[in-house]
Design a protein around this ligand. Structure first.
Ligand SMILES: *Cc1c(COP(=O)(O)O)cnc(C)c1O
Length: 375
C-alpha cells in the first residue's frame, strides 16, 4: 500500500466542481487583485473566527512581518519566539527589523516553554510570537500575563492551527488566533486551510492595527498613487480568495476527520512502548496539522516505513537556533536542550482529512512490525 504524507488530490477531487466554478467566476469577473472575492473571504474568515478585521496577504510569512510592523516594531527591538518552529516565524522578525530571541520548548507539546520566557525579557523586548505548532495550542494564559505585565505585543503564529481551540482563564474556549493583539495565518496548499498557491492573512480586533496592516500590505497606499509610507506588495489574490471561501465551508468537517485520525493513531500506538504519541492537555483542542511521534530509533523507523510505501516527514530536523542562518546569534545547542534532543527523535506520520482507517491500520502495523510487536 502507498500512503502519501498528504493527499491534496483526494481533497480536490472531493470538491472539484465547487472549486472549478469558483475559479471560473473570478476569471469572468477579472477580479484578480483585491476586489469582491478577497473581500468575501476576509469577511467569511473573520466571522468564522469571531474577530473584527481580517487582512488577506500574499503568504503566512509576510503576515507575520506586516503584523510586527503594524504593531510598531522598531529596528533593534527584540521579539521572543519558539526555538521549535519553521524558519518563517523568526525570518519574519528579522525582516521587520527586529532581533530574534529564541526560547526552548516543552518536551511534551514541543511548544514554547512558557516558564522560560520571563528570563529572556529585557528593556528592548517588544513582542512575543507563540507558535501553535502542529496544530497544538500554546498555553496562552502565562503568555497573556507576561504581555500585560511587561507591556508586550502578542502575535499568534497560527499558520498550522486553523480552528484549534484553547480554554483561556479569561475568555473560556476560543479558537487560537483570538487571544493576542494579532494572529497570522498561512494558507499554503498543505496547511489545514490551504489555497492553490501562496496566501495568508492577519486577524486583529484593533481597528488601527488593521488599517496600518492593510496599508503596509499594499505599498503604504492611501489612494491609488498616494503613499503615506513605504510598505510591501503582499496581497491576497482573487483566485486564491475564491478557493479559500469554498474550502472554509468544509474546514470544520475536515478538522473533525483529522481529530478522528489522530485519535485512531494514538489508540492503536498505545501498545508500542518505544513510541511516544502526542500529548493533549485538557485546556487544548488541537487540529492535527501534523501528527508527530517520538522514538529513539527515528531514522531506522523512517527508512523502514519508506520501504513499505509510507511517506513521513520531520518537522523540523534542525531546531531554529542550531541553523547556520542563526550562527550569528552565538547560541550553543546546549542552550536549547529540549529542541536539540527532539530534533533527532520526532517523526510526522501521514495525516490528512481523507486518510482512511485502513491506511492508519497499515501505518501502525508497519510501526509495530519494525519494533517486532506482532499481533
Ligand atoms: C507555513 C508556516 C509559516 C509561513 O507560511 P507561508 O504561507 O508558507 O509563508 C509560518 N509559520 C509556521 C509555523 C508555518 O508552518
Amino acid at each position: 500500500m502507498n500512503i502519501p504524507f498528504v493527499d491534496l488530490k483526494a481533497q480536490y477531487n472531493s470538491i472539484k466542481e465547487e472549486i472549478n466554478n469558483s475559479i471560473q467566476n473570478v476569471l469572468e469577473d477579472t477580479a484578480f487583485i483585491k476586489g469582491q472575492y478577497v473581500q468575501e473571504f476576509e469577511s467569511h474568515f473573520s466571522q468564522e473566527m469571531g474577530i473584527s478585521h481580517c487582512i488577506g496577504v500574499g503568504n503566512g510569512t509576510d503576515a507575520i512581518t506586516i503584523a510586527l510592523r503594524a504593531l510598531g516594531l522598531k529596528t533593534g527591538d527584540e521579539v521572543i519566539t519558539a526555538a521549535n518552529s519553521f524558519i518563517a516565524t523568526s525570518e519574519a522578525i528579522t525582516n521587520a527589523g527586529g532581533k530574534v530571541v529564541f526560547v526552548d520548548c516543552f518536551p511534551d507539546t514541543y511548544n514554547i516553554d512558557t516558564n522560560l520566557i520571563k528570563e529572556k525579557i529585557t528593556k528592548k523586548t517588544k513582542a512575543i510570537i507563540p507558535v501553535h505548532l502542529h496544530g497544538q495550542p500554546v498555553d496562552m494564559d502565562p503568555i497573556m500575563e507576561l504581555g500585560k505585565r511587561y507591556n508586550l505585543r502578542i502575535i499568534e503564529d497560527a499558520a498550522q492551527a486553523h480552528l484549534a481551540e484553547y480554554n483561556c482563564n479569561e475568555y473560556g474556549w476560543m479558537p487560537v488566533g483570538t487571544f493576542g493583539d494579532t494572529a497570522t495565518f498561512s494558507f499554503f496548499p498543505s496547511k489545514n486551510l490551504g489555497a492553490y498557491g501562496d496566501a495568508g492573512a492577519i486577524l486583529t480586533n484593533q481597528a488601527k492595527v488593521a488599517h496600518k496592516a492593510r496599508m503596509l500590505s499594499n505599498h503604504g497606499r492611501t489612494s491609488k498613487y498616494d503613499h503615506e509610507f513605504e510598505g510591501v506588495n503582499s496581497r491576497l489574490d482573487g483566485i486564491q480568495a475564491a478557493i479559500l471561501s469554498v474550502k472554509l465551508k468544509h474546514l470544520k468537517s475536515w478538522t473533525q476527520k483529522r481529530r478522528d485520525a489522530a485519535r485512531n493513531y494514538s489508540e492503536m500506538l498505545s501498545t508500542v512502548p518505544e513510541v511516544i504519541v502526542p500529548v493533549v492537555h485538557p485546556k487544548t483542542n488541537p487540529v492535527w496539522h501534523l501528527y508527530v511521534i517520538r522514538t529513539k530509533r527515528r531514522d531506522a523507523l523512517r527508512d523502514f516505513l519508506d520501504q513499505n510505501g509510507i511517506s513521513t516527514g520531520i518537522h523540523y530536523p534542525i531546531a531554529l537556533p542550531n541553523l547556520q542562518a542563526y550562527k550569528y546569534l552565538g547560541y550553543k545547542s546546549s542552550d536549547f536542550p529540549v529542541a536539540t534532543s527532539i530534533q533527532n527523535e520526532i517523526l510526522s506520520l501521514p495525516i490528512y482529512p481523507e486518510i482512511t482507517v485502513e491506511q492508519i491500520h497499515y501505518v501502525v502495523s508497519k510501526v509495530k512490525e519494525f519494533f517486532k510487536h506482532l499481533d
